[in-house]
Design a protein around this ligand. Structure first.
Ligand code: CAA
Length: 290
């Protein structure tokens, strides 16, 4: 399978980074959001990332310009009509994802690969919204944030995913400089199965008065050598995203240690979603687009 043109659905925290690393391989990328302003904002974030790379001497200005030129923005799903690969990175919600995939199924050419950046939702569950002929090309391709920095892609095969699809996604991941791990289609896959209990336990510790948010995070950073403490990492990922993943884990596994903590539910209900809204477990000087 040759992948030349890519359609990335979702230009938020994950989608803009995915668009950037795909364009860095020389491919043309259409960055889609239903509201054009959000797609433009995603492209501007890419431009900001590239500008930092130029300032640090890691990228030449002409390469930056060429990379940006390969990324177009769109609010039309119909632009997926010539895509060899579609990567979906929209909100982690079954209904949102399946509505989009069902529409893409009607538009995209039959041989195109359908890859979901789902971080926890079952690949077979998502594939059920597709025509049966399409399911062989449907696969999980889970990136980690910040996408240009984190060198991992978690690949999840559904029961219908075929070998050429997995091989194409593996080859593309290698081109992007990402190491691949393969997870079974189980709730949270490999990384969030490990990560979310840690985040949930830190949140429950804060609820109980075990320590301050700062001390809990310093405990993980200094005592365990983690690059970020669990509470600042949750703010960075997005508290709504963490809550969604914990719900999938809790419903799928039925284990108490992945039950979403009350404090997390309350923060999300209050609209405090972490860095992107300017407030989560911590406050941030200015809000950033999610
Ligand atoms: N976008 C793009 N690049 C970024 C970035 C961003 N948001 N944040 C930092 N970077 C780049 C910097 O430009 C810098 O690049 P250079 O090496 O070229 O200079 C590099 O990352 C290191 O950045 P800093 O020196 O500013 O900061 P740092 O050393 O503290 O590293 C970090 C920042 C890479 C984010 C680090 O704190 C880290 O690794 N944190 C943990 C991240 C993590 O766990 N991610 C996975 C989350 S789980 C997930 O994404 C999936 C899911 O399903 C929930």
């Amino acid at each position: 399978m040759t992948i030349q043109r890519v359609f990335v659905a979702g230009a938020g925290l994950m989608g803009h980074g995915i668009g950037q690393v795909l364009a860095a391989t020389g491919r043309r990328v259409a960055l889609y959001e239903p509201e054009l302003d959000r797609a433009i904002a995603g492209r501007e974030r890419i431009a900001g990332n590239l500008e930092r790379a130029v300032t640090k001497g890691r990228l030449e200005a002409p390469q930056r310009d060429a990379l940006l030129e390969r990324i177009t923005v769109t609010d039309a799903v119909a632009d997926a009509a010539d895509a060899d690969l579609i990567v979906e990175a929209v909100f982690e919600d079954m209904a949102v994802k399946t509505a989009l995939w069902a529409e893409l199924d009607r538009i995209a050419p039959p041989p195109s690969i359908f890859a979901s950046n789902t971080s926890s939702i079952s690949i077979d569950g998502l594939a059920a919204c597709l025509s049966s002929a399409r399911r062989a090309q449907f696969i999980g391709m889970h990136f980690f944030s910040p996408v240009p920095v984190m060198p991992l892609v978690e690949v999840i095969r559904g029961s219908a995913t075929d070998d050429p699809t997995e091989a194409a996604v593996r080859a593309l991941s290698a081109e992007m400089g990402k190491q691949v791990i393969v997870s079974a289609d189980r709730p949270g896959f490999i990384v969030n199965r490990i990560l979310m209990p840690l985040l949930a336990e830190a949140m429950r510790g804060l609820e109980e008065g075990l320590g301050t948010a700062e001390d809990i995070d310093i405990g993980a950073r200094v005592g365990l050598n983690h690059p970020m403490g669990p509470l600042e990492l949750a703010d960075f990922i997005g508290l709504d995203v963490c809550l969604g993943i914990m719900r999938v884990l809790h419903e799928g596994l039925g284990q108490e240690h992945v039950r979403p903590p009350r404090l997390l539910e309350e923060l999300v209900a209050a609209g405090h979603l972490g860095q992107k809204t300017g407030r989560g477990f911590y406050r941030y000087p200015r809000s950033r687009e999610g």
